[in-house]
Design a binder for this molecule. Structure first.
Ligand code: SAH
Ligand code: SF4
Ligand code: F3S
Length: 441
């Protein structure tokens, strides 16, 4: 039996791609190992969203080089977004690599490995087949692992938004959706293997159904479709773009009990000039109105977001607008980043006008504000009962299990007679950061 070691950087899309490669390779006789030293094949699924992600990849490969030198039969592959972005350049920089692949070649991982074995020549396999439909067919036989109580399902790939700071439209290509029937089939399969919660995944899930289907279908119809599948207890989706978020989707929140009360809706900046320069194509007032309408239909909905500080041209007063929208919305959590110029993106042509020191200070400020907002909301849970889907064992001393409430807060639980996949109502006693600590009442 051959062994593959897999490492993943980046977003949930990459995690899903790594899982898929594991499954495809499982069917060509590979089993996953957690020890690099035992591997016949090492794959690193990379990300290039910010410079830091790239640097991490290069330092990881620096550590893998001696393994390859000591064992020339070891196959070393770089897959994912950095592969698509830099292709040949990566082979020049790391000549000990056997191959470089992009995110669109995931299904072909076994062929890539065979090609190395038969030709012993390094190669780059990237690009996008515009004609090919987006399908992730079910593979025969056993899964290498069960999906767990909460399972991700890719519904759309690529992105057509071209925000000026972002590499994703270049690394993942044009938007393409998977046929709803294939999705329903996959979800039925996951549920039959123990999944209780389904998280629909894509760079912009609200664009679902516009391209690549036999018959176009709006995103909200997919939500209603999934809600009809027996056994799905919770439904989530991520990520949404404010421009494609429709009234019908707001209505789905109201109509569908299984659609949980959480929405991740990246704002990026609170300032209209910056939003325009980022090509987000909406104003902050439109964003605020959209959330006001959603909150009027679903009062206890939690909103989380992504924010970039230090985008070119962000003045002190523009930055103050970001602090203002954070306070107005009262985000439950935020992913916060200092702007990182990326090669090939339009914003890279703009003068990087905000000094690194200022970016750092602004980042610290929004992190501090978000901690306050999270803390305030956390406090309001104390003494209350929350419903938790148990995902597994807790690593926090004194607690046995962990899971999430509908608003996507982490919850640690004390209680012995529980098991993963169960939904329980627990009482919150203390809170730390975005985590609630609870006991079974
Ligand atoms: N498709 C998602 C986000 C994908 S990338 C969306 O549109 O919301 C995740 C986050 O990384 C982005 O929301 C953005 O906040 C951040 N990001 C992307 N490019 C960046 C860059 N060049 N510098 C800093 N942060 C970046
Ligand atoms: Fe990037 Fe914008 Fe697409 Fe999100 S919507 S993936 S930020 S281009
Ligand atoms: Fe990174 Fe690619 Fe995801 S650049 S964030 S792995 S889509």
């Amino acid at each position: 039996m051959k062994q593959v070691y897999l490492d993943t950087f980046g977003c949930q899309m990459n995690v899903a791609d790594t899982d898929r490669m594991e499954l495809v390779l499982f069917h060509s006789g590979y089993r996953r190992t957690l020890e690099k030293e035992d591997a016949d094949l090492i794959l690193v699924n990379t990300c290039s969203i910010r410079e830091k992600a790239e640097q991490k990849t290069f330092s990881l490969f620096g550590g893998l080089k001696p393994l390859k030198m000591a064992n020339p039969d070891l196959i070393l592959g770089l897959t994912g977004c950095l592969g698509q972005q830099d292709g040949e350049k990566l082979l020049k920089r790391m000549p000990y690599l056997d191959f470089v692949m992009g995110p669109d070649q995931v299904e072909g991982i076994a062929q890539a490995v065979d090609r190395v074995r038969t030709t012993s020549k390094s190669f780059v396999w990237t690009g996008f087949d515009q004609e090919k439909v987006y399908s992730i067919p079910e593979l025969p036989g056993d899964l290498p692992k069960s999906p767990g109580p909460s399972a991700f399902v890719n519904i759309i790939k690529g992105c057509d938004k071209f925000c000026t700071f972002c590499v994703v439209p270049f690394t993942r290509g044009r938007e393409k959706s998977r046929e709803p029937e294939e999705l329903y089939e996959e979800i039925r399969h996951l549920v039959s293997h123990g999944a209780k919660e389904i998280i629909l995944l894509g760079q912009n899930v609200n664009s679902y159904g516009k391209r690549g289907l036999k018959k176009p279908m709006p995103f909200h119809e997919l939500l209603y479709g999934v809600a009809e599948i027996p056994g799905v207890q919770r439904l989530r989706f991520t990520t949404s773009h404010p421009n494609d978020f429709t009234r019908e989707t707001i209505r789905a929140y109201r109509d569908l009990d299984i659609l949980v009360n959480h929405l991740h809706l990246p704002v990026q900046s609170g300032n209209n000039q910056v939003l325009r320069a980022m090509r987000r194509d909406h104003t902050i007032e439109e964003y605020r109105d959209l959330l006001a309408e959603l909150k009027s239909e679903v009062p206890d909905i939690a909103i989380s977001t992504d924010i970039i500080v230090g985008f070119p041209g962000e003045t002190d007063s523009a930055f103050a607008d970001t602090l203002k929208i954070m306070q107005e919305v009262g985000y439950s959590s935020s992913f916060m980043f200092a702007y990182s110029p990326r090669p090939g993106t339009p914003a890279n042509e703009l003068p990087d006008s905000v000094p690194e020191e200022t970016k750092k200070q602004r980042l610290q400020k929004i992190i501090a504000l978000q901690s306050q907002l999270t803390e305030q909301q956390g406090q309001s849970y104390i003494g209350k009962n929350v419903e938790v889907l148990i995902e597994g064992r807790s690593s926090k001393p004194g607690y046995t299990f962990k899971g999430r409430n509908p608003q996507y807060w982490n919850v640690n639980i004390q209680g012995d007679t529980l098991q993963a996949g169960e939904t329980v109502t627990v009482q919150v006693e203390t809170v730390s950061g975005h985590t609630l600590n609870a006991t079974t009442p």
